[in-house]
Write a protein that binds this ligand. Structure first.
Ligand SMILES: CC(C)(COP(=O)(O)OP(=O)(O)OC[C@H]1O[C@@H](n2cnc3c(N)ncnc32)[C@H](O)[C@@H]1OP(=O)(O)O)[C@@H](O)C(=O)NCCC(=O)NCCS
Length: 409
């Protein structure tokens, strides 16, 4: 693969990965475009180069990313000027809202639930000409430290106005490794549960279109209320789990509206380019308020129209509103209709499969009870959910609650 990096003179050898002259900083706009041009074959095969460059630029303007929520990073030689320096390795981080809960004892009054931020890391990339020299490892080591304080609110009243200020705690950071479990673990991101339930697409009329159906499609306008309920339920779940596991920190990314919109607006960009239209059905919900079950989903395209194997309908989040409801009967019936709508949407939008990441015990029981053919896949190479914890105790001992696809970036 050709490189768009500036050519180095033979007299300027590449710096060692441990060189003090290496810095972690932000790329200029031109450097960012160079990186995107290099990553296009890997991450944008369903788009033309121009389409991919437009998407990456567009993704700096959507919820979560806008107003400085996304940060692009490069490891480079600090002794050289911007736009003429080598882009030795690169990645990006996305600021997200997060929660942690811990209780020293099993007394509910002892629980502290903390609101904070967590960074999602993605697009880790080293140009082929620079690979194998330790640059990505150096970048990850520097980032692990930098992110502990990055975008954390200060009490500086002279700071520029921000419509969405960060809370004063960076709780943890996450990434989803496509290169197995060891590379990122070496820099402090421990691998967590990474399995999914897979359903086949089924080109049938969705049950929601029948009079007798209990499940209804979710569109953009229903999401705000559902995400708000979900966030409240998750807060309570975290507090409950902290009490049942005293001394263990329970953490979660907040499944708020912005977290979902980041995925859905990305999906809309992709489907507009591939199909010339956007899907209206963003999930499905069944049951009466207080007894609902719902799923929110997004379609991901790496194969486009030519290679359906690269396309997946990802269930971002599954919520059971009343955890005390019996699995059989009403709940299983509603859940099965939701999955059938997902299967029909997957078929209509050229997805090879439907994936639901790390279902809870309750949702796993629903999967079994709903009677729809499926298989469980335990991943060991791709999309390995990995987390670095900034609080006390070992990362690997954390209880990562709601480790579902909505956290991916
Ligand atoms: C992965 C990548 C960023 C590593 O960059 P790098 O600067 O060469 O990394 P380092 O020199 O610090 O470390 C090299 C180590 O990365 C690991 N690694 C690289 N590619 C790997 C892969 N496909 N699977 C597993 N491990 C891999 C190996 O442990 C390798 O060690 P080795 O050279 O002894 O085999 C680079 O290969 C790349 O850009 N690949 C394409 C994009 C990509 O896959 N990004 C990761 C997305 S999660």
């Amino acid at each position: 693969m050709g490189s768009t990096s500036p050519k180095r003179s033979p007299a300027a050898p590449l710096p060692s990965a441990s060189s003090p002259s290496l810095i972690l900083t932000q790329p200029t706009a031109a450097e960012r475009s160079r990186i995107w041009t290099l990553t296009h074959p890997m991450w944008g095969p369903a788009l033309t180069l121009d389409g991919y460059l437009s998407r990456e630029a567009y993704l700096t303007t959507v919820p979560l990313a806008k107003e400085g929520g996304v940060t692009h990073w490069i490891l480079t030689d600090g002794s050289q000027p911007p736009d003429a320096r080598p882009l030795l390795s690169s990645c990006e981080t996305l600021r997200k809202r997060a929660l942690s809960a811990c209780a020293p004892t099993s007394t509910p009054a002892d629980v502290t639930v903390v609101d904070g931020i967590a960074h999602g890391l993605g697009s880790v990339f080293t140009d082929e000409q620079y690979r194998g020299r330790g640059y990505a490892s150096r970048m990850m080591q520097e980032l692990g430290t930098r992110l502990r304080t990055w975008q954390v609110a200060t009490t500086n009243h002279n700071a520029p106005y921000s419509p969405s200020p960060s809370p004063p705690h960076a709780l943890f950071s996450v990434l989803y490794s496509d290169i197995g479990k060891t590379f990122y673990a070496r820099s402090g991101w421990a691998p967590f549960a990474s399995s999914h339930v897979e359903f086949a697409p089924a080109p049938t009329e969705p049950p929601a279109q029948n009079e007798s159906s209990v499940a209804k499609p979710i569109g953009y306008h229903e999401l705000a209320e559902l995400c708000s309920v979900d966030a409240q339920l998750l807060r309570a779940t975290l507090a409950r789990r902290a009490v049942t596991h005293p001394g263990t920190a329970c953490v979660a990314l907040l499944p708020d509206l912005d977290a979902m919109l980041w995925h859905l607006m990305r999906e809309d960009f992709m489907t507009t380019h591939i199909f010339g239209r956007t899907p209206a059905v963003k999930g499905a919900v069944a049951g009466a308020v207080g007894r609902r079950v719902w799923a929110v989903w997004t379609r991901g395209y790496y194969g486009g129209l030519d290679k359906v194997e690269g396309n997946t309908l990802h269930i971002l989040r599954v919520v059971v509103e009343d955890e005390d409801m019996a699995v059989e009967g009403e709940l299983a019936h509603g859940f099965s209709e939701i999955i059938r709508i997902a299967q029909a949407e997957a078929a209509a939008w050229r997805s090879a499969d439907v994936q639901m990441w790390n279902p809870t015990d309750k949702v796993s029981a629903l999967v079994e009870a709903c009677g729809i053919a499926h298989r469980v896949v335990v991943r060991d190479q791709s999309s390995i959910a990995s987390l670095m914890w900034y609080g006390e105790g070992e990362t690997a001992e954390l209880d990562w609650v709601a480790n579902e696809k909505y956290g991916w970036c």
